[in-house]
Design a protein around this ligand. Structure first.
Ligand SMILES: O=P(O)(O)OC[C@H]1O[C@H](O[C@H]2O[C@H](CO)[C@@H](O)[C@H](O)[C@H]2O)[C@H](O)[C@@H](O)[C@@H]1O
Length: 384
């Protein structure tokens, strides 16, 4: 396999022309048996190493960094900071014509969910907990925790986070859920499973110590742990003089945070991360909310994690299952895309600013996510 330089892997641009609104609120067609594991999960993306190309790439990184996580109330692709707030509201309202609020469309959602088994997939940062400056302090509220707990008693519920699985479990602390860390590269799921993953080399059956249950542990990037550890150390070293920069080890990926770094230093961060990545052709970079994420070049993402979890929950290839995925970040788009393309279920984008997305619905912020979860509980209990 010829992989020469780091891969810049922003999700493909989302086409402006969305499917006509809610065209997929149609009976789902039966899905053919899916192969969960491609024969080779490594992506082969040959690159040339030239100075010009390097400049272009770091410039592209910088653009992505600038457009990442805009301040609330500012139109996502508007550069005019003086924009009147009423204009912003108008922009947001017109955006919701394409991405209706999951709260105001609740009846539509439940109408479609009637007679179906819901499965819930939730992102953590920016979805269950508000975005804060210090990633170590991104706690979810007790109210949110009890809303998630209640919903998980009624529907199979999983959290799929970019954090390490242990870290996200530490934040959430609920044994009723299933957890996937490192953007889906570390999944602890129930052992019900279908033939899809039995016997896969990265899949082992064990007893989940945290939850005391029989489980399946799937870590498709297990061979990268020591490389990630090494890169983590190098990234700490190379960013240590940049004020505000922090590096987080998420086991199968590393986050380089620049939320607290002065904008004038973002280019330095981009150049230094890029220089390290050039030494690791089997790693690539994705962008999140004021964070550069370094991860293995494997064909695995949150969308594949949703499919894996559905399979291990025994819910794949079932016409009567309606998966709902709630998330706020670019990496969640893979899951939205999977649900949309497979005509499976609904993605709900959490955003207070207009953004192009593969999601169907929107919610403004984590407090609305909590409200939505509570409504699901009320709806389900009233129908029992
Ligand atoms: O998939 P997620 O659960 O959304 O995780 C994505 C990243 O989330 C965290 O960073 C983000 O939230 C921080 C706390 O609010 C914020 O300070 C940071 O700017 C955001 O990017 C987490 O720290 C990362 O490791 C995750 O990859």
């Amino acid at each position: 396999m010829d992989i020469k330089t780091p891969v810049l892997a922003d999700p493909a641009p989302i086409k402006k022309s969305r499917l006509s609104m809610h065209s997929s609120i149609l009976p789902y067609s039966p899905q053919p048996q899916r192969a969960l594991f491609a024969t080779g999960m490594l992506l082969s993306i040959p690159r040339k190493k030239t100075g010009v190309l390097d400049d272009v790439r770091t410039a592209a990184w910088l653009d992505s960094m600038k457009s990442s996580s805009p301040p609330p109330k500012k139109f996502a692709y508007d550069t005019n900071a003086d924009q009147d707030s009423s204009d912003v509201d108008v922009s947001y309202r017109s955006w919701t014509l394409n991405y209706p609020s999951a709260l105001t469309s609740f009846e539509q959602i439940t109408h479609f969910a009637k007679g179906k088994r819901l499965a819930l997939f939730l992102d953590y940062d920016g979805t269950l907990s508000p975005i804060v400056d210090n990633p170590d302090l991104a706690f979810m509220s007790d109210d949110m925790r009890s809303a998630v707990k209640d919903v998980a008693k009624l529907f199979p519920t999983a959290i799929i986070s970019g954090r390490s699985r242990d870290k996200v479990y530490e934040f959430v602390g609920l044994s009723e859920l299933y957890y996937a860390g490192s953007h889906g590269m570390d999944i602890m799921s129930p052992a019900k499973g279908s033939a899809g993953f039995n016997g896969h080399p990265n899949c082992v059956k064990l007893t989940d110590k945290q939850q005391g249950k029989e489980a399946v542990l799937f870590q498709p990037a297990s061979e990268f742990v020591s490389m990630i550890e090494e890169v983590f150390t190098s990234l700490i070293e190379t960013t240590k003089e940049i004020k505000g920069a922090t590096v987080e080890n998420n086991k199968f990926c590393v986050s380089v945070h620049y939320r607290n770094v002065a904008e004038k230093d973002w280019k330095t961060i981009a150049l230094r991360v890029y220089a390290i990545l050039k030494e690791y052709p089997r790693l690539r970079l994705t962008h999140g909310r004021k964070v550069l994420e370094v991860r293995p070049v494997i064909d695995w993402n949150k969308g594949k994690a949703v499919e894996f979890l559905l399979d291990s929950l025994g819910l794949n290839d079932c016409d009567d299952v309606l998966p709902i995925y709630v998330g706020d970040d670019r990496t969640d788009e893979d899951a939205f895309k999977f649900l949309r393309e497979e005509n499976r279920g609904y993605g709900i984008l959490v955003s207070s600013v207009p953004k192009e997305s593969h999601a169907f619905y929107s919610l403004k912020e984590p407090s609305e996510v909590m409200e939505f979860l509570k409504e699901l509980v009320t709806w389900k209990l009233s129908s029992l």
